[in-house]
Design a protein around this ligand. Structure first.
Ligand code: F6P
Length: 360
């Protein structure tokens, strides 16, 4: 393709602290390199109507570095390729339309910031000829091909602080405190926050738990004199031979909503130990608020590197963190996979060696 003059930037999927820092870095480094930058609102939905993309200037991104959420919005109607509509030329899907609108708006290349869903769509659009670069986003840290993602440090720092605070009330009442954290099908948030917060038990999706083993740990702590127990459970954890707890089953293109394992666990532990148990579900608090310094820096590096890839014509790539570098990896190698906690991961082994139970 000819030289890029105008970049479009969009955010898709669930928000993560640091999205605005990426947008800011894309806008600033694009403009500083002589390009124009357009914001595409509401993920790929912003490419379904011609008048929605809008110019972004230095002024528009001033002050957003420290803001949670995304100034571009991330509401969308799902996969545009699954939305057919009739035209005088026969049936089309909104994927065709997105490409048409991009051309009409004069956007030469797109930076798509999102999780696996958005990156999969980006790969699909790339195969159809859209010049696109992906930026990985997730608080869950479950995107393959990158060591880490912005949002994860903010989420784990918040969860760690919550676990810190729960220690004193757990000790005062000699209770079991169950803290349910996010993470979908990966245990990274539970593992990091549990280790950082000094949990006694960490339950993750990768290791199905035996509730009797958890109860044993509670009894052992009582005998030892600690009299309270902090259990961190990932929303995707499940008992041995049992199912994940879900709030809403998957429907069509929408994924299942996880939740409920914390309450179930507290109920079962009360019955097994005779102690009082309480559950705290941290939920979307983990995604809200200002990004940590670490996430702001990582997000800024991702945004600047994405513009760099566009200037070099390296499309169909995702920027990835391979410390100390930010490197391009092919979207095709990344999408449709989940990075879970390996059985012999050093952090998992460290947690075991300091005596944390995984309920196995
Ligand atoms: O993927 C990020 C995440 O926060 C998961 O940890 C969680 O399961 C899910 O999104 C919640 O999604 P929603 O915002 O749709 O409730």
């Amino acid at each position: 393709m000819d030289k890029v003059h105008r970049i479009g930037v969009l955010t898709g999927g669930g928000d993560a602290p640091g999205l605005n820092a990426v947008i800011r870095a894309v806008v600033k480094s694009a403009i500083n390199r002589g390009l124009e930058c357009y914001g595409i609102p509401d993920s790929f939905d912003g490419l379904i109507e011609v008048d929605r993309p809008f110019p972004l200037t230095h002024k528009d991104v001033t002050g957003i570095l420290r803001m949670g959420g995304t100034i571009l919005g991330t509401v969308n109607r799902g996969d545009p390729f699954l939305k057919p509509f009739m035209t005088s030329d026969g049936p089309k899907d909104y994927g065709d339309r997105c490409i048409e609108i991009l051309e009409k708006t004069g956007i030469d290349a797109v930076v798509a910031i999102g999780g696996d869903g958005t990156l999969s769509l980006s790969q699909h659009f790339y195969q159809l000829g859209m010049p696109i670069v992906g930026v990985p986003k997730t608080i869950d840290n479950d995107i393959v091909g990158t060591v880490n993602c912005f949002g994860f440090d903010t989420a784990t720092s918040f969860a760690t602080e919550a676990i810190d605070r729960l220690h004193s009330t757990a000790a005062a009442h000699r209770r079991i405190m169950v803290v349910e954290v996010m993470g979908r099908y990966a245990g990274w948030i539970a593992l990091h926050a549990g280790l950082g917060g000094g949990a006694d038990v960490i339950l993750i999706p990768e290791i199905p738990y035996d509730v009797e083993k958890v109860a044993e740990r509670v009894r052992a702590r009582d005998e030892f004199g600690a009299k309270f127990t902090i259990v961190v459970v990932a929303e995707g954890a499940k008992p041995k031979g049992g199912q994940r707890s879900i709030v809403k089953a998957a429907a069509g293109e929408y994924v299942e909503r996880l939740g409920g394992v914390g309450h179930k666990l507290a109920h079962d532990l009360e019955a097994l130990t005779g102690k009082e148990a309480r559950t705290v579900v941290l939920g979307h608090l983990q995604r809200g608020g200002s990004p940590t310094s670490y996430d702001r820096v990582l997000a800024t590096r991702f945004g600047a590197r994405a513009v760099d890839l566009i200037m070099r014509g390296q499309f169909g790539k995702m920027v990835a963190s391979h410390p100390p570098d930010i490197v391009p990896v092919s979207l095709s190698e990344v999408v449709g996979k989940t990075k879970t906690v390996p059985e012999h991961h050093d952090i998992l082994l460290t947690a075991r060696s300091v005596g944390i139970s995984f309920g196995d």
